[in-house]
Design a protein around this ligand. Sequence first.
Ligand SMILES: [Zn+2]
Ligand SMILES: [Zn+2]
Length: 286
Amino acid sequence: MSTSSNTFQAAVMRQKGGPLQRENVKLDSPQHGEVLVRIVATGMCHTDMVARDQIFPLPQPVVLGHEGAGVAEAAGPGVRKVAAGDHVVLTFLSCGQCRACQEGAPAGCERFNDLNFSGHRHDGSHALHDHADHPLNDRFFGQSSFGAYAIANERNVVKVRNDAPLELLGPLGCGVQTGAGAALNALKVSAGSSLAAFGSGAVELSAILAARAVGATTRVVDSGSLTYRRYRGHTLTVQDTNPVSRRSAWHPGAKYMSSPLAARGSSISATHEDKPYADQYLARRP
Ligand SMILES: [Zn+2]
Ligand SMILES: [Zn+2]
């Protein structure tokens, strides 16, 4: 899999709302700074659905997918971080040169939209083409991982141990860092404090695990289901309690809260000021 004549299958979205249909596609060889990755597993994130529904517009047809994990197959000129055979996880792309990137905050990269949502490389070329050689929009979060192969950039490829389970690592590229980042960087959850997470996806569970890692003594998950009891310690699940108990789980002390709705539109926007929202949420739930 090193020339554009090779074909494989990818999930192509040709119209708003989907479907994401399997098609035979062709991929370029990696160019300067790029890495060809054989995708072993990829997560499906709410943002893929937001893109499918064109809540933020993307050029179509497009290949989505932004929680890819796999094996580097080849590297273009100039790539030093990984080599063929390395196991890797893919994340969003950033420029590495703007002020935000230089300050260690690549999620705020000034070129974020261009690099992750334009559907093509900076020079306007596409790495992906369909069976009729028509260009497909790619580079979704610098990867478009809903396919058997993807082209990423050296900057958004992270090498992992070869014995790590690739089928579990994809969400590190988005959901895990979103949730953990909300707890650690945005909310700055501290030892001895408390966090309530509303939801039980990768984002909320990662926020809870990060809160545990920094010593938050009370962590509450309003999940509705799930095997959260596996995480012992002082993490509480409020799924089986009545509304009064749920309220009491929040009111006495949850200093911080993480919720998918509060975080909509930004990976790190959930703050303790969302407490009024939490009250509404709890009042609405049966
Ligand atoms: Zn995501
Ligand atoms: Zn940047």
